[in-house]
Design a protein around this ligand. Structure first.
Ligand code: NAP
Length: 330
């Protein structure tokens, strides 16, 4: 490597995780030069992967790639029509046995509980929390929870808790949260869910929910026996998907020519699900197959009290209880 290339590499290495220029397609293409093709085994031999919110975008691309790599994928969709279409398209490419549809609304605890009770398999190897929403107005779910927080945080938390026995039967379980670079400017603030409809700010509520996901990946990892379930969170950069087109139309209008494809957005999800991330460091936040900074802005760092509040709120709203962190258990 020449001195100049080394310098460029060094600058990118230090800044990539947070620099918005790397969130676009060119950023992916540059970062992908450092990917090791040997990282991803071609055949997962029927390992079981559950992916939420998969009839389009990053979730669909993740399901398709995992099916191609020999996973048996359960596509958790809330809409039967859209879900069937997506599932059938992957089945045509990779075989009927590679993909299965389950109807689950990640904003509804009743729907999540029903799925967890009915799911016939005894073991789950991979759980990807991909379903996400960014509503522009305040909406409460049938459980009385603000929709963004319900879909991105409480639902995934409850599903993880309800599947923990099955995850712990895997010899190498992975749980991946699809967060967002939008969290960088947001400090965890649980009061955002309680604001009046007039004061509701959808973008902040979304960033807050994604911040909560990244924190929960750490806190959940602290509550399972070491070396069992690997929790991770990641952000996909900026990918051209339905969510971006409909929830951020101005952003999409300006950026559409440089957005990542859904497959590029899904790359790190697939890598976290299918490759061998370091087992000794669970709970980390990833971008383009590298550990990313979580708090580039120091004032966004929350204190321990808020983390504990978040966990307790998730347990209360989700109607589930998890172990104490390792070392604190009686
Ligand atoms: N694209 C980006 O640049 C970007 C950047 C940062 C983070 N992300 C995150 O990436 C994830 C995937 O989003 P995407 O960009 O691929 O957008 P997308 O194509 O709109 O996918 C979102 C998926 O979530 C599903 N979903 C929403 N609410 C659900 C619920 N209550 N239950 C089950 N499924 C539900 C949607 O299903 P329906 O079709 O039924 O609505 C859809 O399949 C999200 O978590 C998003 O926050 C995306």
């Amino acid at each position: 490597m020449s001195t100049l290339s080394s310098l460029v590499w060094l600058v990118r290495h230090v800044t990539d995780p947070v620099a918005p220029y790397s969130f676009n397609r060119m950023g992916f293409e540059l970062n992908a030069r450092g990917f090791d093709p040997g990282d991803l085994p071609e055949d997962a031999h029927g390992r079981v992967a559950l992916v939420t919110g998969v009839n389009s975008g990053i979730g669909y691309a993740t399901s398709r790639e995992l099916a191609r790599r020999g996973f048996r994928v359960w596509m958790l969709c809330r809409d039967r029509g859209r879900g069937t279409e997506a599932r059938d398209a992957i089945a045509r490419e990779h075989g009927e046995e590679s993909v299965h549809l389950a109807i689950v609304d990640m904003s509804s605890l009743a729907s999540i509980r029903r799925f967890a009770e009915d799911f016939a398999l005894e073991r789950v190897d991979v759980l990807v929390h991909n379903a996400g929403v960014l509503p522009d107005h305040k909406e409460l779910t049938s459980d009385g929870i603000e929709l963004t927080f319900a879909t991105n945080v409480v639902g995934p938390f409850a599903l993880t808790a309800l599947l923990r026995e099955r995850l712990s039967r895997s010899d190498d379980a992975r749980v991946v949260f699809v967060a967002s670079g939008g969290l960088y400017a947001q400090r965890l603030d649980l009061s955002l869910n309680d604001v009046t409809p007039e004061a509701f700010d959808g973008v902040r509520a979304y960033a807050n929910a994604k911040r909560a996901q990244v924190i929960l990946a750490h806190m959940l990892a602290e509550r399972v026996p070491e070396g069992t379930i690997t929790f991770a969170s990641m952000h996909p950069g900026w990918a051209d998907t339905t969510a971006v087109r409909t929830s951020l139309p101005k952003f999409h209008g300006t950026m559409k020519n440089v957005l990542r494809t859904a497959e590029q957005g899904a790359d790190t999800v697939v890598w976290l699900a299918a490759s061998a991330p370091p087992k000794g460091t669970p709970g980390l936040f990833w971008f383009d197959r590298r550990v990313a900074m979580e708090y580039p802005l120091p004032w966004t760092r929350e204190g321990q009290r808020r983390r504990v509040e978040l966990f307790a709120r998730c347990e209360e709203l989700g109607g589930v209880q998890l172990n104490e962190p390792r070392g604190k258990a009686a």
